[in-house]
Design a protein around this ligand. Structure first.
Ligand code: SAH
Length: 429
């Protein structure tokens, strides 16, 4: 979502002030930092970066510095107090106002600040994406109403707001006409998407996916992130119905312990989660799954942790993201008594990550010998004699190639080898 927001800021400032992006911060007139506050570590990085940028401002007094995103939303004016070199501060819902805020910095002595949550205004005021390359994000909803006890998102991005179906379809059509073949639907909680227009009011994510699959040129659809609560039968059926929907789902479970899930206020049990996975696997055999995990939640016992390890064994994940619990401002878990020692948390994270890596590797190895339909995404970052593609289960596949005209096209690749971080194959035909 932050990548999407950053791209929109670039598009906006290009239209409003003719700004171009540079890789070299020494020559910049405006430096914008789009921030994340999901864990404390991400937040601390912001102030380190601002410290480095302060020196640039000493060299170039005309330089403007802006901070946007969730840290800005959470800290607001406190950022300007702690880092007076900052000229503009805006939240995730006010990125469309960045050009105006930038203008205001000329008139103000203090930082220009706008961290409000103006309903759907953001979507209505953003320019449509220029659609570079074969894949594009389309934001379908923002914010979250779930209030999981550990999570800062509802506090920083606000409550759920869905875009009208018609607007999303028009944006997707526009992207397809510019050569985009893969659309990734974005939101903090995409399965609570509900169309807000009267005529089609209440229609959800499954309907949206069906509509997008009908757009000429769209050959692949994915979405992120969904929540196990509200992952209904209609969404499961859509895996049977719509072949364009990728064979991959990121469905964060956080913990395998019912006690911890309850404390996290996730609104589902491990048994509910297994049921969804079983149904998904019958609707789409071979579907790849990924998840997020939090270890060391306050009160997590060895037994709770073993339940998480057991859940990973039972499900078999293809990719995962795991973190040590980090208390966040305004969340209810922040006040829970936490008796688990940091050393124990670190050890648990290590064990979990080893298990997740083994799980991913054994799934990749099963692909060896198969021929998969892959979307060629570009030249490999490591070796220009090789190209990168993404298989129909979202796995990145590296293959030898020097034909740039293949970028953006689908090819068949025979998988030859699977290692920890990479899968290698050869073009077929
Ligand atoms: N549905 C959300 C999830 C984003 S956060 C969205 O798409 O916006 C991504 C992951 O960060 C979460 O699934 C969770 O595993 C982790 N996370 C969130 N809050 C956390 C916290 N306080 N401490 C540690 N990890 C956290």
């Amino acid at each position: 979502m932050n990548e999407y927001d950053s791209d929109r800021m670039q598009d906006l400032l290009n239209l409003s002030h003719g700004f171009e992006t540079t890789e070299n911060e020494d020559e910049a007139d405006l430096l914008l930092l789009n921030t994340c506050s999901i864990r404390e570590k991400a937040q601390e990085k912001v102030f380190h970066q601002l410290g480095r940028w302060k020196k640039l401002k000493e060299k170039n007094p005309n330089l403007k510095i802006g901070v946007g995103g969730c840290v800005a939303s959470q800290e607001g004016e406190a950022i300007a107090k702690r880092a007076p070199q900052v000229d503009l501060i805006f939240g995730p819902q006010t990125i469309h106002r960045v050009p105006t805020l930038y203008e205001n910095t000329e008139k103000l002595n203090n930082a220009a600040i706008d961290i409000s949550f103006p309903k759907t205004e953001k979507f209505e005021h953003l320019p449509s994406s220029p659609g570079q390359g074969p894949s594009a994000f389309v934001s379908i909803m923002e914010g979250c109403n779930k209030y999981c006890s550990f999570c800062v998102v509802p506090h920083t991005r606000g409550n759920e707001i869905s875009r009208p179906l018609e607007d999303i379809i028009n944006e997707a059509k526009d992207l397809a006409s510019k050569g985009v073949v893969e659309i990734s639907l974005l939101g903090q909680n995409v399965n609570s998407y509900r169309d807000s227009k009267l005529k089609t009011k209440g229609l959800g994510l499954s309907n949206l996916i069906r509509e997008i699959s009908l757009i000429q040129g769209v050959e692949r659809i994915s979405f992120t992130t969904s929540h196990p609560f509200e992952f209904g039968q209609d969404l499961i059926n859509i895996y049977e119905e719509v072949p364009e929907l990728i064979s991959y789902v990121h469905l964060p479970v956080q913990s395998g312990s019912n006690e911890i899930l309850k404390l996290m206020r996730r609104r589902h049990t491990r048994e509910d989660y297994f049921k969804i996975i079983d149904k998904l696997r019958s609707a789409r055999p071979g579907i790849s799954l990924s998840s997020d995990f939090i270890v060391g939640f306050p009160g997590e016992t060895d037994k709770d942790f073993q339940d998480t390890m057991d859940l990973v064994d039972k499900v078999g994940y293809d990719e995962s993201f795991s973190f040590i619990y980090s208390p966040r401002p305004n969340t209810t878990a922040k006040d829970l008594e936490d008796s688990v020692h940091m050393e124990v948390k670190k050890e648990r994270l290590k064990l979990l990550q080893q298990k997740l890596e083994n799980s991913a590797l054994s799934i990749s190895r099963k692909m060896v010998g198969e021929t998969r339909k892959c979307l060629v995404t570009g030249v490999s970052k490591k070796d220009p004699g090789e190209f990168q593609a993404r298989a129909d289960n979202n796995k990145v596949v590296i293959f030898p190639c020097n034909d740039e005209s293949l970028i953006g096209n689908f090819v068949d690749i025979e998988i030859l080898q699977a290692q920890n971080k990479s899968i290698r194959g050869l073009l077929v035909g």
